[in-house]
Design a protein around this ligand. Sequence first.
Ligand code: SF4
Ligand code: SF4
Length: 203
Amino acid sequence: MNGLGIIRGLWVTFKHFILTYIEDIRAGKKRYYTQEGILARTRSDVRGAFTIQYPEEKYPVPEEFRYIPFLVYEEGENREKNYRCTSCGICAKVCPPQCIWIVRTTDPNTGKPIPAPAEFYIDVDICMNCGLCAEYCPFDAIKMDHDYEIASYNRFADHIFNKERLGKPLSYYAQIRPQNFAREEAARKAELEAKAARKPAAT
Ligand code: SF4
Ligand code: SF4
């Protein structure tokens, strides 16, 4: 029947409208100002519309949420940052708006390239959060962050992130993306075991 889709759509909107009042009256302030209330609102069966009282309240983001990328580093014995990035340049090549710049390290004596970034910049105002850089990086060296609170008035000083600003420890990655981290670590371990099994035994 002509117009049936419109009527159905209006019914859904009307239901949300009514349920918003019913749920607000039923749960009272609990729905808005408690951790329990925030968590209840993230469920897929949540009833009615609601307002997030940002910045006092923050909606928890799902694991696959992606914002600006960050560079993963592993901490060495003396807490030095060992970036996983090899400055291969793949992420910069695949980045659709071309907002990644990398300067490769060179050996000061020979001038030969060293597989590590001397500089790494991302213009975060141009980044479109597509995640392709993280998708294509062969070394799991760049990952998509959950931190979306980066607003500032200073476009150039604050929004061109350098290597230091982009760097975050592996433990942070494990914390925000536990399932991805566990899957990658399992794959890494399996690869190492397969490599060890292929090695001929020493005689
Ligand atoms: S982040 Fe990954 S893809 Fe980008 S330069 Fe570094 S190693 Fe290569
Ligand atoms: S998320 Fe997309 S736009 Fe942003 S730096 Fe990575 S590839 Fe470029």
